[in-house]
Write a protein that binds this ligand. Structure first.
Ligand code: C6P
Length: 425
């Protein structure tokens, strides 16, 4: 373990808050949790898929279930009022964290994917038609790519893709060519979950707005790892997931500018989202509740609040610096192997992840060997299948880092990759 001086964050102290990082793996998987056959120390480098959860987040959820578990906005009894206040405060906390104007602009969903679908269905189906284009990038996650593809099919709109160049950077000249007066929506990933590329979203927002289009930023990999201010970007919509930023699964966020959300019709209908209902018609609740039909994600929202408190205590600038330090270190170490191909921009230009392939070895075989060393990474197409087609590979192996990871863990990854090289040589 490096000393505090080595890292922008106090890794040793942070690790004490994550009991799971002390467990061993490798034995029987039928019973979750460490068993007697588990012998290898866990090296968790799959944070872009899901991050681990600190004690304070788990405790916030336990406090809710043990202390004030109740439905929100329904009862006037004491517990329901406590739960409602906590749930509403969670919206305020998220708004503050990403620079939104207030809770009116923060809709809780299940995940980034649902946030994307909400806008695609509620806004896209109503507003798009033949002649309109939706501009994406070649490195979109399926959450955005598949969703807009389907909405385009339903509405007669077309989808266009901004090129990613050979160095893994977004081709901004191509962006300027594609975004024109036919563009209705520019929907772009902020930090690519495969290449680690950081998209110049504020510049793209200017381009979109110059042509009267909206911009939707997929922040699933950016909000967990760097300071984000939706106002600075001038994003019209912005989405992310709690489970990639120390929060629980089952909660996502959709940010939308208030005046746009105000004009949109609901996506889901039912209880909680209505103001009045007759046998003939219904009217809608105020924002953001108009978009939160049914019993919402109460425990998850409370957990996300605690996760944001935890990250804010560290400071997002430090989180970013730690991510970048580890990404650059991993990039440099893996680059030393001439049979390892790394995808995306250079080490000093990327978010905290590195996707790569070992020559002549399928990513799944490599990840299985890494697993034998206790190293948890992700192998596959990472929900960017068209991007992998463009790269000319069916899959890649991806290591992704977070605040509790160390250089020693990257060394363990690199040693395991080296073992695989010997095995397959
Ligand atoms: N990526 C990974 O890379 P959900 O599953 O809805 O919480 O998040 C979807 C999503 C959207 N955009 C980007 C850029 C993402 O990285 C993800 C999730 C995970 O391992 C799962 S494919």
């Amino acid at each position: 373990m490096g000393t505090q001086e080595t890292y922008p964050v106090d890794v040793a102290l942070i690790r004490e808050d994550f009991p799971i990082l002390d467990r061993k793996v490798g034995g029987d998987i039928e019973t979750p949790g460490e068993g007697p056959d588990d012998t290898r120390p866990l090296v968790y480098l799959d944070n872009a898929a899901t991050s681990q959860t600190p004690k304070s987040v788990v405790e916030s959820i336990v406090d809710y279930y043990y202390g004030y578990n109740s439905n929100v906005h329904r009862g006037i009894h004491h517990l329901s009022q406590e739960a409602s206040v906590a749930y509403e405060n969670a919206h305020d906390r998220v708004a503050e964290f990403i620079g939104a104007a207030g809770r009116e602009e923060i809709v809780f969903t299940k995940n980034t994917t649902e946030s994307m679908n909400l806008v695609a269905y509620a806004w896209g189906l109503a507003e798009l038609g033949p002649g309109d284009t939706v501009v994406l990038t070649e490195m979109e996650h399926h959450a955005s790519l598949v969703t807009w593809q389907q909405i385009a099919k339903k509405t007669g709109a077309s989808v266009e893709y901004i090129r990613v160049d050979d160095a893994g950077r977004l081709d901004m000249d191509h962006a300027a060519e594609l975004i024109d007066d036919s563009t209705a929506m520019v929907s772009v990933v902020h930090v690519s979950n495969t290449l680690g590329t950081v998209t110049p979203v504020a510049e793209l927002a200017d381009l979109a707005h110059d042509h009267g289009a909206y911009i939707f930023v997929d922040g699933a990999q950016s909000v967990p790892t760097r300071p984000v201010d939706v106002g600075d970007i001038d994003a019209d919509f912005f989405a992310f997931s709690g489970h990639k930023m120390l929060g629980p699964t089952g909660i996502g966020v959709l940010y939308g500018k208030e005046h746009i959300l105000e004009e949109m019709q609901p996506y889901l209908y039912g209880g909680e989202m209505i103001r009045s209902v007759t046998y003939e018609d219904s009217t809608w609740e105020d924002l953001p509740w108009k978009f939160e039909a049914g019993t919402p994600v109460i425990a998850q929202g409370i957990g996300l609040h605690a996760a944001i408190d935890y990250l804010d205590d560290i400071g997002m600038e430090r989180v970013q610096a730690h991510e970048e330090l580890l990404a650059e270190y991993a990039y440099d170490e893996l680059s030393a192997f001439d049979d390892v191909e790394i995808y995306g921009p250079p080490g000093d230009e990327r978010g905290g992840l590195v996707a790569f392939n070992l020559e002549n070895v399928h990513a799944h075989d490599l990840s299985s060997i890494l697993n034998d060393h206790g190293v948890a990474i992700r192998a596959g197409d990472h929900c960017t299948q068209p991007l992998h087609d463009k790269l000319g590979v069916p899959a890649s192996t991806r290591a992704s880092f977070y605040i509790y990871n160390t250089k020693e863990e990257i060394d363990a990854l690199v040693d395991a990759v080296d073992d695989a090289r010997q095995l397959f040589a």
